[in-house]
Design a protein around this ligand. Structure first.
Ligand code: GDP
Ligand code: MG
Length: 268
């Protein structure tokens, strides 16, 4: 994570039981162009699975549970918070699988909370669309967007794993999100975006403590973070921070990526 090695992208597949994680994983890894290899993962009982896609290695993190088949294994395969957290932590991009049949359960909310807290770049896969009326897809999309406000432009892919519908879109979109997450914006472009933003709208004053933001720097990638040097940065309102984030997102494609904004004291 945070350190691209050999064009390798680590993906985790998360979601509560029965949404279709194993089916999706099988369709992806059984497709013609992929070469599959299993390698011991980072924890004692985990297996990672590599596929090659174009010139990249896609490493699915902790796929032991996804490969398990049969009744006995199904019985003991439990939803494990710790396991989910571990694979999220070890991945560059998470695929959050939801089922269109049973939308946004409390477990989905937990998992999306982890994704948020861990600042994971993310792709949402809404599976089992064969079970619902296509007319309600738009409503579902709105509902998901509402739950993922911290990533305003998170990609949502509608799939039917049993019909193999749209499964081939998952990896290319995950790669796009990964590329967004390691994108480094030039200082020149960043300055331009920042100047436009503060020219259009200044932060509100709190009494006589008027915040003034002097500069912007991208201080990290994977996922991206931006640092603003400011005076009276304590009094910059949340809504202004969100405004700045939106300006950044409008200028540069960070879809699927959380963005970290830090406001620091201006050094003279
Ligand atoms: N109707 C429908 N059923 C699906 C789809 N994907 C998976 N399933 C079924 O949902 C059940 C759970 O799938 P599985 O991949 O084991 O889910 P997991 O627990 O998330 O790994 C199985 O009976 C699958 O055949 C889909 O797109 N549509
Ligand atoms: Mg499974």
């Amino acid at each position: 994570v945070n350190n691209p090695v050999n064009n390798e992208i680590k993906l985790s597949i998360v979601g509560h039981p029965n949404v279709g994680k194993s089916t999706i994983f099988n369709v992806i890894t059984n497709s013609q162009r992929s070469i599959v290899s299993d390698i011991p993962g980072t924890t004692r009982d985990s297996i990672d699975t590599n596929i090659s896609y174009q010139n990249k290695t896609i490493k699915f993190i902790d796929t032991a549970g996804l490969r398990k088949r049969g009744q006995i294994e199904k019985g003991i395969e439990k939803y494990s918070t710790i396991r989910t957290l571990k694979s999220l932590e070890n991945s560059d991009v998470s695929l959050l699988i939801l089922s269109a049949e049973k939308l946004i359960t409390s477990q989905d909310l937990h998992i999306s909370g982890f994704i948020k807290d861990l600042f994971r770049p993310c792709v949402i896969v809404l599976n089992k669309i064969d079970l619902i009326d296509p007319e309600i897809l738009q409503n579902i999309k709105t509902e998901i967007k509402d739950k993922f406000k911290h990533i305003p432009d998170v990609p949502i892919i509608f799939t039917s794993a049993i019909n193999k519908k749209n499964i081939d879109k998952i990896i290319p979109i995950a790669i796009d999100v990964y590329n967004n997450s390691i994108k480094k914006i030039s200082q020149k472009e960043l300055n331009q975006c920042f100047l436009d933003a503060i020219t259009k709208k200044q932060p509100d004053s709190k009494g006589n403590k008027r915040p003034e933001i002097h500069s912007i720097k991208q201080y990290k990638i994977g996922p991206p973070g931006f640092k603003f040097e400011s005076t009276n940065y304590d009094s910059i309102h949340f809504s202004y921070k969100r405004y700045l984030e939106n300006c950044i997102r409008k200028s540069f494609d960070f879809s699927g990526c959380p963005i970290n904004l830090r406001f620091v004291k201006k050094v003279h």
